[in-house]
Ligand binder design. Structure first.
Ligand SMILES: N[C@@H](CCC(=O)N[C@@H](CS)C(=O)NCC(=O)O)C(=O)O
Length: 204
């Protein structure tokens, strides 16, 4: 399988981390990419009209996007225990936690684009504050409502949260999410040593 890849993308990281967790990293060929909203990468767009990473091309030419779809696809391709629970409450809980991690990241990425890409004279402070508020509210919910789930089995929700928190450390170190979430911080330290997370630390 080919994967449009970026070493800084937390969504790509989820796919790569899942591939490592499930012993499938060797079958992924990484394609370099330059996915930015204002200057779409045409080599990705041929396959995915949104021009985003991760986008995967399977050996038979089938295209899969986005990270949620590629993660679930990869999780269905190995014989071990699934990161996506198959059914019941465990499945809906894991998917909701995964969605929370994705939502936190969506806000973080929009804030990052606002700060790193939008010309200063076009910035809208309230909008930025709105995105940062979503990050803070998500971290607070992880600490207050999800910590017991996180401390249980390392499922797709936990993998997503680890990648989301890693992105906050990477792009927003000054916001110090740990201050408001000590138990989450301890959990994060405990999972950060998993090879899947160590080998996919963001770079860029
Ligand atoms: N919901 C998508 C989000 C992917 C995404 O936003 N990726 C960013 C890189 S971190 C991207 O490709 N941005 C380029 C763009 O927005 O045009 C997923 O889960 O894969």
């Amino acid at each position: 399988m080919k994967l449009f890849h970026s070493p800084a993308s937390p969504y790509v990281r989820m796919v790569m981390a899942l591939a490592i967790e499930t012993g499938q990293a060797a079958k992924i060929e990484r394609l370099p990419s330059a996915a930015v909203p204002v200057k779409p990468d045409q080599t990705i767009r041929v396959h995915n009209p949104t021009g985003k990473v991760p986008t995967a091309i399977l050996d038979d030419g089938t295209v899969l996007f986005d990270s949620r779809v590629i993660c679930e696809y990869l999780d269905a391709q190995h014989p071990g225990e699934r990161l996506f629970p198959a059914e019941g409450a465990a499945r809906w809980q894991a998917l909701t936690l995964f969605a929370l991690a994705q939502g936190l990241l969506d806000a973080a990425l929009l804030a990052r684009y606002e700060l790193a890409m939008r010309p200063a004279e076009k910035r809208w402070d309230e909008w930025l504050a709105g995105q940062l508020g979503k990050i803070d509210a998500s971290v607070a919910a992880l600490e207050a409502e999800w910590i017991e789930h996180l401390e249980g089995r390392f499922d797709i929700g936990a993998l997503g949260v680890a990648c989301a928190l890693g992105y906050l450390d990477f792009r927003f170190p000054e916001r110090d999410w740990r201050k408001a979430a000590p138990r989450l911080a301890a959990w994060f330290e405990s999972v950060a040593e998993r090879p899947a997370l160590k080998e996919t630390r963001p770079q860029g």
